[in-house]
Write a protein that binds this ligand. Structure first.
Ligand code: HEM
Length: 536
């Protein structure tokens, strides 16, 4: 017997949509009983088939449209239902109702790889997506993070370039392995800001033992906002109760060969057996007054805030306790969006985060076929949605009455916003902005190597060797010696032992200085590049 099927508000909502086909006579999509599901309608026993066969058309026309576009990134994923229980009193910092001590909130998680297609192997060397949709009493809150705490780029404008470089090359559509090719290393070696993240991706963190054994990070700095409207910067961390574990590269390759679904199977079986995976949610809190206190910019997504500077406080626990009933309806149709906030949480001005806020709903309008994807069972808020929006492809809600505007004097429609009821809805943090409109990059984002070095030095000797081996393997697949050498110059800025180790494998002496093209590119953002870090 299954040990799962834990019930909560969200799973009850999902269960209301389950269709049980057992012992039912098969029908067309219009409910017409099908007499014979084996044979098309023909003129005589040996044909031809007749165009009037609406039963055949009903079946084939639907089949012909079964596929929807896979996600433009993070196409390969595995999901599960669960709950979050808030365990700490942080009401001084946020008024988010689901973070009130004792609150229990249903959620759905989707873990993913980034670069591979929907059918690619789980054990690829890659970042893992770690997305959580909290179905709170004040709407859906999506924490759309990764298992690596920093990102390759600092500004959203460069995201399509990054993804075009990572995905298979446009002519051959090979290789599928994200990092083992010229276009990826061409881009990375021209982008010193990617140095920190590339070290994480070449480390064992990029080949997790299990989805149950990896950390998650919100990556960006967000903002908590309390009842009085005061903001506090916050970084989110998921800490697995099972600890953080990876496999070795040779193991990853073997596992990929034996079982490309290794992570998906492991997660499913654990939940099915009642061995529910858990993560603690931790936060690093930074008072607004401390925004400019650090040697790095807390708005820069290529930087962590070291835990010795700001410790992580645990504020709750997530438990995954139910597998999806249907992969497509739940794991595939779920729509995560970092732009989906609830009262008490807000964005910071991180330029990568700000850009993400546009991209997710935009792609989902396309991927999920129009503006009513919020009505799909997996995306519906548990507290209901009420507004005067109407129509659009695939609308399923049927609003009552003949009024769909605000304000109105006829009665009907949706006549209130929270203020009219004397309540507080979502209020953006009233941050003071006094600035000139410019297109550019802050010099506080210009130190690209200090934290990459910090990461390398934080690794044990065997882990450092794994990083050297990974760079050596991946760069040895790059055809261009110029690109290999340019990347070695970046590694040499981080750590000489690292660069020398990789250079030895490649038979190339690592250059002391950054490549001229890398410098030219960095100077597009920072004319005086390289710039010394703010403080030691
Ligand atoms: C998925 C855009 C940066 C984590 C996606 C999708 C898009 C996208 C278009 C597909 C969504 C869908 O089809 O439902 C962007 C842009 C970025 C960016 C424009 C930068 C400007 C990031 C960063 C993170 C991240 C920094 C981690 C903090 C994810 C995850 C998913 C995803 C986890 C998969 C969500 C799921 O499981 O459905 N991203 N992304 N992305 N992105 Fe990003």
């Amino acid at each position: 017997m299954k040990k799962q099927n834990k019930s909560n508000l969200k799973t009850q909502q999902i269960d209301a949509h389950l269709v049980d086909n057992q012992n039912r006579v098969m029908t067309t999509n219009d409910g017409v009983p099908i007499h014979d599901n084996n044979n098309t309608l023909k003129a005589g026993e040996r044909g031809p088939s007749l165009l009037e066969d609406f039963i055949y058309q009903d079946k084939l026309a639907h089949f012909d449209r079964e596929r929807i576009p896979e996600r433009v990134v993070h196409a390969r994923g595995s999901g599960a239902h669960g709950v979050f229980e808030a365990t700490a009193d942080i009401s001084n910092y946020t008024r988010a109702s689901f973070l009130k001590k004792g609150a229990v909130t249903p959620l759905f998680v989707r873990f993913s790889t980034v670069a591979g297609f929907k059918g690619s192997t789980d054990l690829a060397r890659d970042v893992r997506g770690f997305s959580v949709k909290f179905y709170t009493q004040e709407g859906n809150y999506d924490l759309v993070g990764n298992n690596i705490p920093v990102f390759f780029i600092q500004d959203a404008m460069q995201f399509p370039d990054l993804v075009h470089a990572v995905k298979p090359e446009p002519d051959k559509e090979i290789p599928q392995a994200a990092s083992a090719h010229d276009t990826f290393w061409d881009f990375i070696s021209l982008m010193p800001e990617a140095a920190h993240m590339s070290l994480w991706v070449m480390s064992d963190r990029a080949i997790p033992r299990s989805l149950r054994m990896m950390e998650g990070f919100g990556v960006h700095t967000f903002k908590f906002v309390n009842e009085e409207g005061k903001g506090t910067f916050v970084k989110f961390h998921w800490k697995p109760k099972l600890g953080v574990h990876q496999v070795a590269w040779q193991e990853a390759q073997k596992i990929s060969g034996y079982d490309a679904d290794f992570h998906r199977r492991d997660l499913w079986e654990a939940i099915d057996n009642g061995d529910f995976p858990q993560w603690d949610l931790g936060v690093q809190l930074i008072p607004e007054e401390d925004e400019l206190k650090y040697s790095f910019d807390i708005l820069d997504p290529t930087k962590i805030i070291p835990e010795e500077l700001v410790p992580v406080q645990i504020i709750g626990t997530m438990t995954l306790n139910r597998n999806p009933e249907n992969f497509f309806a739940e794991t595939e149709q779920i729509a995560f969006d970092p732009g989906r906030l609830v009262p008490g949480i807000d964005f910071s001005n991180d330029p990568l985060l700000q850009g993400r806020v546009f991209s997710y709903a935009d792609t989902q309008n396309y991927r999920l076929g129009g503006p009513n994807f919020h009505e799909l069972p997996i995306n519906r808020p548990v507290n209901g949605k009420h507004n005067n929006q109407k129509d659009g492809f695939q609308r399923t809600d049927i609003p009552k009455g003949n009024v769909s505007y605000f304000p109105n004097s006829l009665g009907g429609g949706c006549p209130y916003h929270a203020m009219l009821k004397g309540e507080k809805g979502f209020e953006s943090h009233a941050e003071k902005i006094d600035a000139k409109k410019i297109r550019g990059r802050s010099t506080s984002f210009a130190d690209h190597f200090t934290q990459a070095r910090l990461f390398f030095n934080s690794q044990s000797k065997p882990e450092q060797q794994h990083i050297i081996n990974a760079f050596s393997f991946e760069l040895s697949k790059v055809n261009s010696v110029v690109i290999r050498t340019r990347e070695l110059a970046i590694l040499n800025q981080i750590d000489e032992v690292l660069a020398a180790g990789v250079g030895k494998h490649l038979g190339i002496e690592p250059p002391k200085q950054l490549d001229e093209l890398t410098l030219q590119f960095a100077r597009q953002n920072h004319p005086d590049y390289p710039i010394k870090p703010n403080k030691p």
